[in-house]
Design a protein around this ligand. Structure first.
Ligand code: XIL
Length: 369
């Protein structure tokens, strides 16, 4: 008898733990959304556990991949809207603020976009037309349902120069303003964002400040700048992050942390672009918590996150959203980036789907007066 009942007890116990953690979104300062990036298994409903966490704790969603060009527009004459439709449906049905990510980026964009039939680079007019049609089709389809778009992603290098990409090389620096104009035309009520990483590096932040000023001077809509916030526990510091918030908001836009996660593994500049054998060596050297994150590190992660959320509270007037890049550690992209196959712990929920000490640290930080 007992044996037959035990799964039920297990279920009750599981539900009780899930209920113990109050919905995190209720503690956010008013006017600041709490978001999560969701993968397709979450938006399709295949990952019911992560989906339940998202629906309970968050009031905004961002699609991790399915609205990127290669996913939604894989071939010149065909769009793949079904997964994106289900994503938008999930968010709107739950009354969430639904984000679109991303219209113009140099990554996860098929090569055909930049080439003609002979495989040669297209001319400026052709590329502008392709960009225009893409934005019209994608942002236009979700008009009134997607509340804000990452219009351009990662256009600058860390030193503040314009990144050399298929977009900038062919169109020139004004590809950015064109993208914003097309997005505004496709959905006049949608908020429009510029999104990038490492904005805490002063040269890069200044380049984005200049961009915002120039868009505004031309009367082109831009509502907020997103600092991706792929941070490491070793840095940046809160002071460096505060400089991003102050510098950008001074240009008359809101600031958001749009892809927040906190890598807890040792990092080094060598990891980027390392060849395979070097990658393997770096993996062995840095994959140091394969048996779980020690309590001391759990606590340290919590303190880091708490400090960040106190900063967000302090600047709530200019802050629009903080979105985590994922839900549980199990599905974080940081298990495979910048080195493949490591065990990372960057988020607020563990591999077991349970809130980590960092979850409660954030909650307490938000509850403090
Ligand atoms: C990442 C996704 O998380 C991965 O699943 C995918 O393989 C690569 O892209 N900056 C961005 C995001 O703007 O779109 C990226 O997302 C992470 C870096």
């Amino acid at each position: 008898m007992l044996k037959r009942l035990s799964p039920l007890f297990a279920l009750v116990a599981l539900t009780a733990t899930a209920q113990e953690a109050p919905a995190l979104k209720q503690f956010m300062p008013s006017g600041v959304y709490l978001g999560a990036a969701v993968n397709q298994r979450v938006s399709d409903g295949a990952d019911a556990a992560d989906r339940a966490i998202v629906l309970k704790h968050f009031n905004s969603v961002t699609p991790e991949n399915l609205l990127k060009w290669e996913a939604v527009h894989p071939k010149a004459d065909s769009y793949n809207f079904e997964p994106a439709d289900r994503y938008v449906e999930m968010g709107t049905a739950a009354g969430m603020f639904v984000v679109g990510h991303t219209l113009v980026w140099h990554q996860q964009t098929p090569r055909w976009v930049f080439q003609n039939e002979a495989g040669k680079p297209v001319d400026r007019e052709t590329l502008l037309t392709r960009m225009h049609e893409h934005i019209k089709a994608v942002a236009g389809r979700y008009r009134g349902r997607i509340g804000g778009w990452d219009v351009v992603n990662e256009a600058f290098e860390d030193d503040g120069t314009l990144r050399q990409t298929g977009w900038s090389r062919c169109i020139g620096p004004d590809f950015i303003e064109k993208a914003f104009e097309f997005a505004h035309e496709a959905d006049p009520n949608a908020q429009l964002y510029y999104n990038d990483f490492n904005l805490w590096k002063p040269a890069k932040r200044k380049a984005v400040e200049k961009l915002v000023a120039s868009l505004k001077a031309k009367g082109i809509r831009i509502d907020a700048v997103g600092e991706q916030a792929h941070y490491n526990i070793a840095g940046p510091t809160l002071d460096e992050i505060e400089a991003v918030i102050m510098g950008l908001s001074a240009q008359g836009v809101k600031v958001a942390l749009t892809e927040l996660d906190m890598d807890v593994l040792p990092t080094s500049p060598d990891m980027w672009g390392a060849d395979l054998s070097k990658q393997r060596a770096l993996k062995t050297e840095t994959d140091i918590y394969t048996n779980g994150l020690p309590d001391k590190e759990q606590k340290r992660l919590g303190e880091h996150y708490a400090g960040l959320f106190r900063l967000i509270k302090k600047h709530q007037a200019v802050f629009s959203r903080v979105t985590f890049w994922g839900v549980t550690d199990r599905n974080s992209w940081l298990n495979d980036f910048p080195i493949r196959g490591r065990v990372n712990y960057p988020l607020l929920w563990g591999r077991d789907g349970k809130p980590k000490p960092a979850f409660f640290a954030v909650m307490e930080a938000l509850k403090q007066k």
